[in-house]
Write a protein of this length. Structure first.
Length: 187
């Protein structure tokens, strides 16, 4: 019986030691997995950020703290808002728009699908100053009054002839240098 008791105690001791060894090996495996995960995550986060060489978007809108679109870069750009109402453009426009704090267009730089290129600044819903190149070769600078009437323009026609024109408040030609047939700017 003594031999049986010793065998049973030896078996129980071996079972206890095996159970402790299994628990320890499970803890070691979990610690190794956790350590490997931390190493991978740390190594991944320590990699230097690679700058994006080129960003492809149709439109980029910069908004103010109230969510109002203040600057829009796009191809094409949306139709302008003037006085809170959307106005239709005569041709699709690609470029940069600048808006006031109400979201109304105040200026822009770009090219239209009809071939016109321009840089304009607006006031009270009207173009006030524009530098332009038209598809048929005319280039110029146009200054309008607050009602949108052209008051002065410097243009060079497609044939290379320069002209300076001044208009009165009714839109009548008041001065032209050199004197010639009035140059008509059509947008």
């Amino acid at each position: 019986m003594v031999a049986e008791d010793e065998s049973r105690l030896l078996i129980e001791s071996l079972r206890d030691r095996l159970a402790r060894l299994e628990r320890r090996s499970s803890l070691v495996i979990m610690a190794c997995l956790l350590g490997a995960g931390l190493i991978i995550l740390t190594g991944w986060r320590l990699q230097p950020e690679i700058a994006q060489e080129n960003l492809h978007v149709r439109r980029l809108t910069v908004v103010d703290d109230k969510g109002i679109a203040r600057m829009i870069l796009g191809a094409p750009l949306p139709d302008p808002m003037m006085g809170g109402k959307t106005q239709k453009r005569r041709s699709p426009f690609t470029g940069l728009l600048l808006n006031d704090l109400d979201g109304n267009e105040r200026g822009g730089l770009g090219t239209m699908d009809d071939g016109t290129m321009m840089l304009c600044f607006d006031s009270n819903g009207r173009e006030r100053v524009c530098v332009f190149t038209l598809p048929k070769g005319m280039t110029g600078l146009m200054v309008n009054d607050d009602q949108g009437k052209t008051r002065s323009q410097v243009v060079v026609g497609p044939e290379g002839r320069p002209a300076l024109e001044m208009y009165d408040e009714k839109g009548n030609l008041a001065l032209q240098l050199p004197e010639q047939k009035p140059v008509e700017v059509k947008k």
